[in-house]
Design a protein around this ligand. Sequence first.
Ligand code: UGA
Length: 444
Amino acid sequence: MRIAMIGSGYVGLVSGACFSDFGHTVTCVDLDEGKIAALKAGIMPIFEPGLKEMVDKNVREARLSFSTDLPTSIADAEAVFIAVGTPSRHGDGHADLSYVYAAAAEVARAATGPLVVITKSTVPVGTGDEVERIVREVRRDVTIDVVSNPEFLREGAAIEDFKRPDRVVVGAESERAKMVMAAIYRPLSLNSLPMVYVSRRTSELIKYAANAFLAVKITFINEIADLCEATGANVQEVARGIGLDKRIGAKFLHAGPGYGGSCFPKDTLALVKTGQDHGAPLRIVETVVSVNDQRKRAMGRKIIAACGGSVRGKTIAILGLTFKPNTDDMREAPSLAIVTALQDAGAIVRGYDPEGMAQAKPLLPGMTFAANAYECVTGADAVAIVTEWDEFRALDLRRIKTLLASPVLVDLRNIYLPEEVTRYGLTYASIGRPVRETPVAALV
Ligand code: UGA
């Protein structure tokens, strides 16, 4: 099948590359000439494990191409995906749909025959109806079906998520559209993948409800972590104890510094607005949004407390800046609020991240950057692990202790066991776990 993907950002590029890997012929379109020129030269605009290899392979085999020319790209396509951005609108938190509507109108103008237009961008419930109205207004002479097909990709694991999804959700209002969608996903449905066919509005809401539910789950365990700290219980054991109940499930129960990224913060806010607009407020999600916002800055206070209550004039080393590992994405990263809180309290902050430093530099003025974890901690008064990159999971703690000016390790991702840190004479603070002090002399 011939597919055009409008928007070559995270979702568009990963989806386009994966569809071409299924055997479809895909053109990824973007207005950004620099991005398309780079993609043609084999340079990826984002860091995503396995993406470059997949793009190179499918370009070589002539199934994947890149273009800035939308009309030519959709000329003989049967399906056109819209995967443009839907950022939070300034001022009110609603999703900004202007790029989606503009893309829909342009696709309709350029259509040469019957077409299925599929929205992959995350859009509020009812957007498909507006897209349908726009394409009908622009072109009455061509049949254009409008479908919702949200994505559930996690950054850093996007290709795996695309190729082995838990489900594919399709919101289609016609049999023809359902058949086209079934043909597109046929390579996956051969593995008895659940295809969830629903109405377009339901599909749009499934996407927001899924992200909001996951954000609730994370925020719930984060608050339980606070209670663990107040009562001497262990949040990881609580998470395991509840997660083994299949009705709850073990995933997304890792307590941490609060969720960030390009999706949860934006989508929870947009869902809250949709609920308010429809007179059906989502009070749980509203609370989650504010609890999570406050938590990020509170993590700065946690580091300050671990330093004895003041960081004025002290140097704090931050390991991990991106909102999660295996990405260079800094959007809504907890590190942004944490670093600012530390700087506001008079600290000198030095950071290191394996992939995110180029993105972080303009966002974190006044912070200095180190070439690796050990350089970052040298002479610092405390080190805080903010993102759980693999390379921070097995640091040489003996060396860290020697390099630090004062031996304080704050682990906001619980990647170490308290006893393995304290045995090197480091003072350790983590999330929702009691620290059992081990006599240094006995173990070092
Ligand atoms: C999320 C969803 O997981 C995807 O299913 C969805 O498709 C995507 O948003 C989207 O809407 O496009 P992503 O933002 O890439 O994916 O990353 P997640 O792995 O979900 O992590 C989000 C945030 O939650 C990170 O800051 C992470 O550190 C945090 N998190 C996650 C926790 O603090 N604890 C957990 O147990 C899990």
